[in-house]
Design a protein around this ligand. Structure first.
Ligand code: C5P
Length: 222
């Protein structure tokens, strides 16, 4: 079996998506951004004035949505009902509400089902919060990517500034802290390192160092 599934979990801003994308490219695997799926539903809830606390209404909304992850020219795009919402789902309004949406067990059940379908043929790198613990408990390689909250806020701040956005590092740090707390303390599939996951603290590592390390774990398992 050559095409394994690789699960990458960890707190907000640890660099999961950057690293997952690069690892997937190197292995010619498919990158699956599960956070984007929760973000897409959150974005549509805000658009349609559906309360993020109303599990029933969210479930109804989700049943009307076709959420697709599309790889176009090396870019990871997300479509909802044929509309490209890749940029919108990164806005801070969505970021600061998504953990409320992700608390609902019915919503998670649907999302997990879709994610398991996407990974059923193997050859994926999937990142999120509950991949190693709930979505792909049999993944051949599980990683838990971490970094100090200061470092995660600093990286996010640099990214915002480089894109020409206003940014306040203290506000970012508080938002990250709050989102991690909600994700870690929720009842259903909280953010948690799987027992058999390898923890990588990237606080003082470069992106390339993390990628090389992960590829070495992949080689060991081939
Ligand atoms: O990874 P990203 O920061 O885009 O995830 C956004 C939010 O989606 C997380 O803070 C979490 O609330 C939720 N999420 C989740 N389970 C996943 C992926 C994301 O609950 N597997």
């Amino acid at each position: 079996n050559m095409n394994m599934n690789i699960a990458i979990d960890g707190p907000a801003g640890a660099g999961k998506s950057t690293v997952a994308k690069l690892v997937a490219d190197r292995l010619s695997y498919v990158y699956i951004d599960t956070g984007a799926m929760y973000r897409a539903l959150t974005y549509m809830a805000l658009q349609n004035e559906v309360s993020v606390d109303d599990g029933e209404a969210l479930k109804k909304l989700l049943s009307d949505l076709k959420i697709e992850l599309v790889n176009k020219n090396g870019k990871q795009l997300i479509y909802v009902n044929e509309k490209d919402v890749s940029e919108e789902i990164r806005h801070s309004e969505v970021t600061n509400k998504v953990s409320y949406v992700a608390k609902h067990s019915d919503i998670r059940k649907e999302m997990v089902y879709k994610q398991q379908q996407l990974a059923s043929g193997g050859g994926t790198v999937m990142d999120g919060r509950d991949i190693g613990t709930a979505v792909l408990p049999d993944a051949e390689l599980k990683l838990f990517l971490n970094a100090s909250v200061d470092e995660r806020a600093r990286r996010r701040h640099e990214e915002m500034i480089s894109k020409g956005f206003d940014s306040n590092i203290d506000v970012l740090k508080e938002e990250i802290r709050k989102r991690d707390q909600m994700d870690s303390e929720r009842e259903v599939a909280p953010l948690k390192k799987a027992d058999d996951a390898i923890e990588i603290d990237s606080t003082s590592m470069s992106i390339n160092e993390v990628v090389v390390l992960i590829l070495s774990f992949v080689e060991e398992r081939k």
